[in-house]
Write a protein that binds this ligand. Structure first.
Ligand code: SAM
Length: 402
């Protein structure tokens, strides 16, 4: 077997988005750590590595030597405001586990991933402490944390995540000069990101399979869902879409109670809904009776059309059944994956996404073995990072060792 080009460790490894990305770039994983039973199972099935270990219980010296540290770590607040230098402020958090490993190993490269809100979290304190800690530990970072989303790379999922890349300053003389630049006395990493404006057009159909009727059955929407969506489709076809720029609430149709105590935003919606009803009373009365809309679950009495005016039907959109109501979106990209309950419905196919299709939103190859517990499989993909983004950024950072 060809010698691997570099060694990496995979902390908070989940189902191994970092693993897959860095192996694809020629790396070898020498240590992985997670505590979730199901994630450990999936990791083993795919990479034949035991990731079962609580990082809080691992001594730094027991972690093998490595060139790259990867971690998609959970976002937590630090108890002290980042006035001090950094490292000591992070005690008691999972980021501290990363910091102490870096302190011991002085790892050459780091790639960290977190939620978009990391930078604004706890009024900016979380980011400040992380940044100060990494700088204190000797890392050269990008001037701003890198915000990337799969749709920027042509994958139909909007999932903006923050990536923190770094190189240890002790290697400054051994890396390509283009990888860093200097401003005043400070070195920064030179990593090109793609911006929201540069994002190409995407389509949800690019990740969807043409399932046979039998295959589609397991993912089909329920009769009740079909019924309520059919009702809303008829509603949408009969009401000028231009006036549907707010959430429709059927429980306000025909109401007259006083709502002046409501918060401003709610007053606005109530007023618009009551007017909508009065302007379309004849159709709406008939529609409410025909579908017994008063008998719908509360969630299904609320409808939001966010698909613009290019689409004529609910069945041409991507549909989310949220607690705040039914939401129809353009079929260009899916919203951020979170968990199975919110897996969007593909209007055209009247079904939800399969785990394989969801895997593609995170750029997992079709050979990836997902967890046999489907609820876990969806959850794991929702917690994972996007492989293609990691590859896009890592191939720039690791340019000298690829
Ligand atoms: C956001 S997920 C990371 C997912 C991962 N990047 C992937 O590709 O699937 C965070 C992970 O941290 C793990 N975790 C939380 N506490 C941990 C600990 N003390 N030691 C190791 N892993 C931990 C969770 O089980 C979870 O799988």
């Amino acid at each position: 077997m060809a010698k691997k080009k570099f060694k990496f460790i995979d902390l908070f490894s989940g189902i191994g988005a970092f693993h897959q990305a860095l192996v694809d770039l020629g790396g070898e994983c020498v240590f992985a750590s997670d505590i979730d039973k199901y994630a450990i199972e999936t990791y083993y099935d795919n990479y034949h590595m035991d990731s079962n270990c609580n990082i809080m219980e691992v001594k730094e010296k027991d972690i093998p030597k490595h060139d790259v540290l990867c971690a998609g770590f959970p976002c937590q607040a630090f108890s002290t405001a980042g006035h001090k230098k950094g490292f000591e402020d992070t005690r008691g958090t999972l980021f501290f586990e990363i910091a102490r490993i870096l302190k011991y190993h002085k790892t050459k490269y780091i790639i960290l991933e977190n939620v978009k809100n990391l930078v604004g979290h706890d009024n900016g304190n979380t980011w400040k402490v992380i940044k100060n800690t990494l700088i204190e530990l000797g890392y050269i970072l990008t001037e701003e944390p890198l915000l990337m989303s799969p749709n920027y790379l042509g994958i139909p999922q909007l999932r903006e995540r923050v990536f923190i890349l770094g190189v240890h300053k002790s290697y400054l003389d051994n890396i390509s000069p283009e990888l860093t630049y200097k401003k005043g006395d400070t070195y920064y990493l030179n990593i090109k990101k793609i911006t929201r404006k540069e994002a190409p057009e995407t389509s949800i159909y690019s990740v969807l399979d043409d399932l046979s009727e039998e295959e589609a059955q397991d993912y089909a929407i329920t009769e009740y869902e079909k019924y309520t969506l059919t009702a809303w489709d008829e509603f949408h076809k009969n009401i000028d879409p231009k006036v549907l720029g707010f959430p429709v609430w059927t429980f306000e149709f025909g109401e007259t109670y006083d709502y002046s105590e409501f918060p401003k935003w709610k007053q606005d919606y109530v007023r618009k809904n009551r007017k909508l009803y009065l302007d379309n009373k004849k159709f709406i009365d008939k529609w409410m009776t025909k579908y017994n809309v008063n008998g719908f679950k509360l969630r299904d009495k609320k409808f939001e059309w966010q698909a613009g005016d290019k689409y004529d039907s609910v069945w041409e959109t991507s549909i989310q059944l949220r607690q705040s109501g039914i939401r129809c979106k353009k079929p260009d990209y899916f919203p951020t994956l979170v968990a199975m309950v919110q897996t969007p419905i593909i209007g055209k196919y009247k079904r939800r996404m399969t785990p394989r299709e969801v895997a593609r939103l995170q750029s997992f190859p079709d050979t990836f073995i997902y967890n046999k517990d489907l609820h876990q499989a969806y959850k794991q993909f929702g917690n994972s990072a996007n492989i293609d983004i990691i590859k896009y950024l890592a191939s720039q950072l690791l340019v000298d060792i690829l």
